[in-house]
Write a protein that binds this ligand. Structure first.
Ligand code: G
Ligand code: G
Ligand code: MN
Ligand code: NA
Length: 251
C-alpha cells in the first residue's frame, strides 16, 4: 500500500528508468532491436520490476504517463546509441490501454523525430479486443502511418481471436514464454510453435519468441523458422550503459 502511494512521486521525481533487452535475429544472432522495460529505482528498496508497481500505476491511473516517460527515455537512448555508432535497428516500448486512450497520444507521436521502422509499440493481446476496439481501429492505422511498427505481445495466452488480431496487420507477433518454455521436452508444443510461425508466414508477420532461456531453445526455434529471439540465454534486460558495453564486447 505504501509502495502504491509512492508511485506518484516516482513519476514526479523521475525515479523510473528504462532497461533494455535485445531481440536477436535467430539465424545470424545479430541484434535486431531492443525492448524497453520499465524499472523503478526506489530510493530505499533499490531497483524494482513491474510486478512491484504495475498494479499501483494502474490503480492510480498513471500507466499512460509511465508509458510516455519510458518512450521518451527510450528515444533519448536510441539517439545516444546512434551517436556512438552502434547498430541498434529499433527500440520497442510496451503500450498500455491507458496510453492508447490518451487524447494527446497522436499529437505527441506526430511531433517525435522518429525515422520509419525505428520505433515499435508492443501491444498486449488483451488490449485490442474489448472496449477500446472501435477507437483502436482508427488509432492503429494512424500510428502505423507515422512509421511506428505494431507488435502483438504475449501472443497465444490471452483471449483475443486471431481474426481480430490480424485485422491490425501487426509487423510482428511475440509468442509468450509459457508457450516457448516446454518446446524442448514436448514435440506437441514444438508443433504448436511451428503452426504459429506458419500463420505468421502466411500473413507476412515476423515471429518473436520470448523466454529463450537456453541455447537449445534458440536452436530449435531457429530450425522451426522463428525470426527473432529474446531471452536470458542471449541477453538479460540491462541499463543503457550495460547495453553499450554489451555491444562493444560483441564487436
Ligand atoms: O521485465 P519484466 O519484468 O520487465 O516486465 C514484466 C511486464 O511488465 C512486461 O511483460 C510488460 O508487459 C510490462 N512492462 C514492462 N515495462 C513496461 C512499460 O514501460 N509499460 C507498460 N505498460 N508495461 C510494461
Ligand atoms: O512485455 P514482455 O512480456 O514482452 O516483457 C518481457 C518480460 O519477460 C520481462 O518481464 C522480462 O524481464 C522477461 N524475460 C525476458 N527474458 C526472459 C527469459 O528468458 N525468461 C523469463 N522467465 N523471463 C524473461
Ligand atoms: Mn513486451
Ligand atoms: Na510478453
Amino acid at each position: 500500500k505504501e509502495l502504491a502511494d509512492d508511485f506518484n512521486q516516482a513519476l514526479d521525481r523521475d525515479e523510473l528508468v528504462a532497461f533494455f533487452q535485445p531481440q536477436f535475429n535467430a539465424v545470424t544472432l545479430d541484434i535486431a532491436g531492443v525492448e524497453a522495460l520499465a524499472r523503478w529505482n526506489h530510493p530505499r528498496k533499490g531497483v524494482l520490476g513491474p510486478d512491484k508497481f504495475l498494479d499501483a500505476a494502474e490503480k492510480l491511473g498513471r500507466t499512460g504517463d509511465m508509458d510516455r516517460l519510458i518512450l521518451q527515455k527510450a528515444l533519448f537512448e536510441l539517439t545516444r546509441w546512434d551517436g556512438l555508432g552502434m547498430q541498434i535497428p529499433r527500440v520497442s516500448v510496451n503500450i498500455s490501454a491507458r496510453r492508447l486512450a490518451q487524447p494527446s497520444l497522436l499529437t505527441e507521436l506526430s511531433e517525435l523525430p522518429i525515422a520509419k521502422g525505428r520505433l515499435c509499440f508492443e501491444l498486449l493481446e488483451t488490449i485490442s479486443f474489448d472496449d477500446l476496439q472501435p477507437a483502436l481501429s482508427e488509432i492503429i492505422p494512424t500510428i502505423k502511418a507515422l512509421g511506428i511498427e505494431i507488435e502483438i505481445d504475449d501472443f497465444g495466452t490471452e483471449h483475443a481471436s486471431i481474426v481480430s488480431l490480424l485485422r491490425f496487420e501487426p509487423r510482428r507477433l511475440k509468442i509468450d514464454r509459457e508457450i516457448i518454455k516446454p518446446i524442448i521436452a514436448s514435440p506437441s508444443q514444438r508443433r504448436l510453435v511451428s503452426s504459429i510461425i506458419e500463420i505468421g508466414r502466411s500473413q507476412n508477420i515476423d515471429i518473436v519468441a520470448e523466454g529463450v532461456e537456453t541455447m537449445e531453445h534458440a536452436k530449435i526455434l531457429k530450425d522451426l523458422g522463428c525470426h527473432l529471439l529474446q531471452g536470458y540465454a542471449l541477453a538479460r534486460p540491462m541499463t543503457s550503459d550495460q547495453l553499450i558495453e554489451f555491444c562493444r564486447m560483441k564487436g
